[in-house]
Design a protein around this ligand. Structure first.
Ligand SMILES: CCCCCCCCCCCCCCCC(=O)SCCNC(=O)CCNC(=O)[C@H](O)C(C)(C)COP(=O)(O)OP(=O)(O)OC[C@H]1O[C@@H](n2cnc3c(N)ncnc32)[C@H](O)[C@@H]1OP(=O)(O)O
Length: 229
């Protein structure tokens, strides 16, 4: 898949855009494409269209991919529209408005922690009609990371323990909540849960995690393009 995308990147179908835009203007364009791509992903995993239709759509998608030309971001490059760590991440697979993979989850401060709301769709399915367990882990991991940031200790997951109490329904508004439960030097303990929006009392998935703030040398090595590292 990567090699075919790389091939497409060398084929210029539309003129390259100028490099600098207002961040809000750029974010709106990224979010608009992300929205349409999520609709495409959803339609793709729900459709019962004929093989002929699938081949026709495949051709159309291939030609669209060829239009995403220009410079490609390097592996560890932080997009100029992002605020890392602790702010908007346009291509996060959990919160990113520009990600075709993200639900996307909306994060807000809440009750001494952070809350995340989203709806999982067919593309996030595990058991028929329910969310994939890895998806629940990803939602909680991300939100627990946001809880660390909200507590003033940006940190990375070193341990995550999940308990799956009930299946997570698809096509249903969900609410996740995470909060820091303890800080010891660079080690941050965090708890998180997923419920439905309708019933906050019934925990579907619960998580306990240990997050660690990298020491400055490690942070510099991991994130060389982060200003100040
Ligand atoms: C300014 C820049 C800020 C950057 C802030 C980044 C924010 C980032 C947000 C990304 C967006 C969110 C996304 C969702 C969260 C992910 O998904 S993060 C991705 C998944 N996690 C990873 O890839 C982390 C992999 N691990 C590592 O790279 C390194 O372990 C770390 C986290 C950089 C820490 O390395 P280090 O600074 O060298 O720390 P180290 O000395 O090994 O350990 C520090 C302490 O933690 C303890 N510890 C280590 N592992 C464990 C463990 N499994 N259990 C218990 N304790 C442990 C150690 O024992 C040590 O304790 P003491 O011996 O000092 O008492």
């Amino acid at each position: 898949m990567n090699s075919s995308l790389n091939d497409h990147a060398t084929t210029s179908a539309v003129p390259e855009q100028p490099a600098h835009h207002e961040p809000e203007h750029e974010r709106a364009a990224i979010a608009a494409l992300g929205h349409e791509l999520r609709a495409l992903v959803d339609a793709t995993v729900r459709t019962a269209a004929s093989p002929d239709t699938l081949h026709r759509v495949t051709d159309g998608v291939r030609s669209l991919t060829r239009q995403l030309t220009g410079r490609r971001r390097a592996r560890a490059e932080i997009p100029s529209v992002d605020e890392f760590p602790g702010g908007v991440r346009m291509y996060s697979p959990v919160t990113g408005a520009g990600s075709p993979l993200a639900p996307p989850m909306r994060v807000t401060p809440a009750d001494g922690g952070v809350a995340g709301t989203c709806v999982l769709g067919k593309a996030h399915e595990g058991p028929p009609g329910y969310g994939h367990g890895g998806m629940s882990a990803m939602l909680l991991d991300e939100l627990m990371g946001w809880a660390c940031v909200a507590a003033g200790t940006p940190a990375m997951t070193v341990s995550l323990q999940l308990r799956y109490h009930r299946p997570v329904p698809l096509d249903t508004p969900l609410r996740a909540f995470a909060q820091v439960t303890g800080v010891e030097d660079r080690r941050v303990s965090v708890g998180g849960v997923i419920t439905t929006e309708e019933d906050h009392a019934t925990v579907l998935v619960a998580a306990d995690g240990v997050f660690v703030s990298p020491d400055p040398d490690r942070a510099r090595a991991l994130f060389p393009s982060l200003p100040g590292t």
